[in-house]
Design a protein around this ligand. Structure first.
Ligand SMILES: Cc1cc2nc3c(=O)[nH]c(=O)nc-3n(C[C@H](O)[C@H](O)[C@H](O)COP(=O)(O)OP(=O)(O)OC[C@H]3O[C@@H](n4cnc5c(N)ncnc54)[C@H](O)[C@@H]3O)c2cc1C
Length: 623
């Protein structure tokens, strides 16, 4: 561990036991908020993280080592879904970072931006101050963009990246490392041939269509992973008004009823790594940033949630709210792998120990080579099928036939009204296509991350993942027991709305056009062996596409929405200032507050939401 980052894992080392703000969870939400609140030297801040401070750990810092982190309890909470009823009973893992930096310490580093429309939808649901224009400055505030080398810019045709539109002085470094090759180059060209000439907009403007490349959160100089700990630079860590307590599990928030009936958060109860319970007091606010799975767990353990669940586990109900832990949305994906032509490179090559050793040497000695990051390519497309774009009428008919709106839930009904408008709009995107340079293997039953990523077949493959950008299915996460260390019941309920399967299957059909079109097709083996094998027949048959979607359904690791920001009557858990309904000073700042899943990979949105949240908290605590 680098010694310039002060933190403590011993509660005895804290100089005091009372702080203005206590922030729970040192992931994206928590680190952003802790840093910004401690800008004010007159306010004291305590950040508590269950995992360790592993700043400087080569396994985290080396982008290409990410596969070694999953399932290791020193880095990963290692969650797995309940058997998925609509996905052949399969269980799909959901890794979450258990370390300072949270899931940003174990993620794929892709920086994508949602559509403007996605934020406007949040606002349409009754959240004042959350339009695209409101969020635009925060999408720039969190990062500093460094332009790539001229070779990489030319290879990826990055003319659309406009440095003036990008963040110029935020903590997180973002760039395009020199890791891309002919497959990335041909991706863009192939989508152009298919008629998806993308506009010249920078993706950060929120209106990008067709194919593009996304920058990565990688330090442009050291080529090390850049993640939320960038907010905890050594000068910030030395602030006398900010303390970081690691390897300390927050069990619950202690809530007090005032004489006027209002509920305030007064303390948090923690469990130290030595197994001791302690309480630490908050003078102003407690901010939960434990992520979409652990934040609702902490709320329930504190007595805020569905009465039946709390009663079942013997937890006294302080605030009854049936929507805590509900409204879970995730970007589930369909994935097909294709064997590449001889002479082309993919990550599968690194199964050869000699090549791996030489990649490690290049990374360590000259910060170059395949371990510098994952060369991803992206496309945002509206609804398509095997023939190309689907008309608005057909899209409307599909949603009418395959979306079941619960009659007794005004909040979900309102969400679906907003989502349906996005769904049929050809200027929105129902799916993100993500090119990933490696084979992926999904199992029947349980699939672990190790099984997913280990190249099982001898050839070299790439995969194309299709993320359902705006899922209609809703799942849940709830406590399994009153034991704070017990993993919650995580049930994303994938494909429970049949429309989600219809969407993914149609996009899977369209894959055939992509892989049969030059120049991309020329870089694949012909005929190209595919995973799964039955995909070799192509996807003319919609039923086969549906089968492949179910057999290979996976997650892109973006659970959100479990403490949704919505008016109470629409099923909200927090209001539009991110304060938990029914409390005076308990807030949530992490991906769980998203009322609707936005387009694309979500870390940029989490950073932006947390930056805005910090301003809201400061504004509400001016005195
Ligand atoms: C494998 C993987 C790949 C991904 N790839 C990408 C990508 O390429 N691009 C992208 O945009 N997004 C990606 N994501 C998603 C992105 O990283 C997350 O959406 C984001 O980190 C969520 O931020 P958060 O603040 O909500 O939660 P987190 O970052 O998960 O932070 C929560 C923190 O709270 C801590 N915590 C939890 N419970 C407690 C407790 N009881 N007491 C104390 N501390 C607690 C956790 O240890 C953690 O540090 C990926 C995620 C994963 C897991």
């Amino acid at each position: 561990m680098a010694d310039h980052i002060p933190s403590t894992s011993s509660i005895e080392a804290l100089s005091v036991r009372q702080f203005d703000y206590i922030v729970v969870g040192g992931g994206i939400g928590g680190l952003v908020v802790a840093r910004r609140l401690s800008d004010d030297a007159t306010k004291t801040v305590l950040l508590i993280e269950a995992g360790a401070n592993r700043t400087g750990d080569a396994r985290i810092d080396t982008p290409g080592f990410l596969g070694t982190l999953y399932g290791d309890p020193n880095y990963d909470w290692d969650y797995i879904s309940e058997p998925q009823k609509h996905v052949n009973g399969r269980q799909i893992p959901q890794p979450r970072g258990k370390v300072l930096g949270g899931s940003s310490a174990i993620n794929f580093s892709a920086i994508l931006y949602p559509y403007r429309r996605d934020f406007d939808s949040w606002s349409e649901l009754g959240n004042k101050g959350w339009t695209a224009d409101d969020l635009a400055p925060y999408l720039r505030k969190f990062h500093t963009y460094s332009a790539p080398s001229s070779e990489t810019a030319a290879l990826l045709s990055l003319d659309y990246m406009d440095p003036k539109s990008q963040g110029a002085d935020g903590p997180l470094p973002v760039t395009f490392p020199d890791i891309y090759g002919p497959l990335n180059q041909s991706w863009q060209k192939t989508f152009d041939v298919l008629g998806w000439q993308s506009n010249s907009d920078d993706p950060i403007k929120g209106e990008k269509h067709g194919a593009f490349a996304c920058p990565l959160s990688i330090d442009p100089k050291t080529r090390a992973r850049a993640y939320a700990t960038a907010y905890y630079s050594s000068d910030v860590a030395r602030r006398p008004n900010l303390q970081l307590l690691t390897e300390t599990h927050v069990e619950k928030v202690l809530l007090k009823k005032g004489s006027d009936g209002s509920i305030s958060a007064t303390d948090v109860q923690v469990l130290t790594k030595e197994g001791e319970h302690h309480q630490i007091s908050a003078r102003r606010e407690v901010i939960l940033s434990a992520g979409s799975i652990n934040t609702p767990q902490i709320l329930e353990l504190s007595g805020i949630g569905q009465e039946e669940i709390l009663n079942k586990h013997g937890i006294p109900v302080v605030i009854s709210n049936p929507r805590v832990g509900e409204n879970l949305q995730d970007h589930c994906l369909a994935a097909v792998s294709f064997e590449i032509a001889d002479g082309q490179a993919s990550g599968d090559l690194l199964r050869d120990p000699n090549l791996l050793q030489s990649a490690i040497k290049s990374y360590q000695e000259s910060q170059s080579g395949p371990l510098c990051g994952m060369p991803l390519s992206i496309a945002y497309l509206p609804l398509v099928d095997r023939n190309g774009i689907v008309s608005k009428d057909v899209a409307e008919k599909l949603v009418q036939e395959h979306l079941h709106t619960p009659a007794d839930h005004p909040g979900i009904k309102r969400q679906y009204e907003v989502q349906r408008q996005t769904f049929v709009d050809a200027k929105s995107s129902t799916a993100e296509y993500l090119f990933l340079p490696a084979q992926l293997r999904m199992q029947q039953g349980k699939t672990t991350m190790g099984e997913l990523l280990a190249p099982a077949l001898p050839g070299n493959y790439i995969s194309i993942l299709i993320l359902n950008n705006h899922p209609f299915s809703r799942g849940s996460v709830h406590i399994r027991s009153a034991d704070p260390l017990a993993k919650p019941v995580f049930d994303p309920n994938y494909l429970s709305q049949p429309i989600d399967l219809e969407v993914l299957a149609r996009h899977t059909q369209y894959l055939e056009q992509i892989v049969q079109t030059a120049p991309f097709s020329t870089l694949l083996k012909s005929p190209s062996s595919r995973i799964p094998e039955e995909a070799a027949a192509g996807f003319e048959d919609l039923e086969l596409a549906k089968k492949v979607v179910k057999d290979r359904l996976f997650t892109c690791f973006h659970p959100a929405g479990t403490c949704a920001m919505l008016p109470k009557e629409l099923g909200g858990v927090v209001n539009d200032r991110l304060v938990v309904h029914g409390t005076k000073n308990l807030r949530v700042v992490d991906a769980s507050v998203f009322p609707l899943e936005p387009t694309g990979n979500i870390q940029a949105t989490v950073f932006a939401v947390a930056e805005k949240a910090a301003d809201l908290i400061k504004e509400d605590n001016k005195n």
